[in-house]
Design a protein around this ligand. Structure first.
Ligand SMILES: [Zn+2]
Length: 345
């Protein structure tokens, strides 16, 4: 019987050492210590032995089982440690897996390009929250109390603040201009900064209008800002973005926060001025309202209009992207349609 146990031990250890992987090792373990293993057979037969032999053989058999368990554990660690990531045969002639990469949204790319252009002119990039208040969206900006833009029709007011006033009455910002006073109150003048972001309007959606869209506003406040310095800024920025000279015209425009205000149009690059859906068939597209900052706005920012003056421009980012790529429907930019967006990578 002792010889039999020695054989069981010897063969068992060999099988453990020769196991090549964890699965094989588990099978060997079952074979060596399971209910039908020779070792279990020996233990089962103990009943027929005399007490002295029972003690002796029983102890040896149990020792062997413990040894098997220990060795299996050791071997398992060895196998795992030696396992290579290249488990399968490697064919280095096969082409690699193509990694799918994302890309920036064309509006984001345009925003970054404008940031670069403005940063090179010494501007700072500033941002504020999407939720603003009546005070920053209208009061500070010289909007009359009965201005139609304040009404439900144009602005998304936040539920539960309808009865409140000024800074307590909240809305999704209908334009970015409120950020200009916020910045000036904090940093004072002189200042030159841009503040890109998403704005919200309760509009009917069509190929040229969306309910949420990106704007990009810039403001210079200094002691000697003139209309012509504003024009130089616009020309410089558009030329940097489009990499060529762009035809621009200015018309009179009315905005509560400017005096005087302008509508700045550029020749439609989709149709080169011939007329198309984007430019509503007149060859020009409104890309940015702008103008000289209104004295009342300077006062809201605690600046003396006798000392300081400034020039705003507000760029419709989607409009510029439409011009850059000849896209004729503004809704495509928010469609999250990858077939459309992947073209801009
Ligand atoms: Zn056109």
């Amino acid at each position: 019987m002792e010889k039999k146990l020695e054989d069981i031990l010897k063969q068992g250890l060999e099988k453990i050492t020769n196991s090549k992987n964890v699965e094989e090792l588990q099978n060997v373990k079952k074979e060596l210590t399971g209910k039908k293993s020779p070792l279990s057979e020996v233990l089962k037969s103990l009943g027929q032995m005399d007490i002295e032999t029972k003690k002796n053989i029983g102890k040896k058999a149990t020792d062997i089982r413990n040894t098997f368990n220990e060795k299996v554990e050791e071997r398992e660690k060895e196998i795992i440690a030696s396992k290579s990531v290249l488990d399968k045969p490697l064919d280095i002639t096969l082409p690699g897996n193509k990694i799918k990469s994302g890309g920036l949204h064309p509006v984001t790319q345009m925003c970054y390009d404008l940031n670069d252009a403005f940063l090179s002119l010494g501007f700072e990039v500033f941002s504020e929250d999407d939720i603003s208040s009546e005070k920053y969206a209208f009061d500070n900006l010289n909007f009359a109390k009965d201005h139609p833009a304040r009404q439900m029709m144009d602005t998304y007011w936040i539920k539960g603040t309808e009865d409140k006033e000024s800074n307590e009455r909240l809305c999704l910002r209908p334009h970015l201009t409120g950020a200009s006073v916020r910045y000036l109150l904090k940093h004072g003048a002189p200042a030159r900064f841009v503040y890109p972001g998403r704005v919200y309007r309760n509009e009917n959606v069509d190929s040229g209008h969306e309910r949420a869209f990106f704007q990009y506003e810039a403001l210079i406040v200094d002691k000697n800002i003139s209309f012509s310095s504003g024009m130089v800024m616009i020309k410089t920025i558009l030329e940097k973005v489009f990499g060529r000279e762009v035809k621009v015209r200015m018309r009179e425009g009315f905005f509560p926060f400017t005096e005087p205000g302008y509508e700045i149009d550029m020749e439609c690059l989709v149709c080169n001025g011939k007329g198309c859906k984007v430019c509503k068939h007149n060859g020009w597209i409104e890309v940015m309202p702008g103008g000289v900052i209104h004295p009342n706005v300077l006062k809201s920012a605690n600046l003396d209009p006798e000392v300081w003056t400034g020039f705003y421009i507000n760029i419709g980012l989607e409009r510029l992207v439409m011009m850059r790529y000849g896209v004729d429907d503004i809704r495509l930019f928010h469609s999250a349609d990858l077939r459309f967006l992947e073209q801009f990578k």
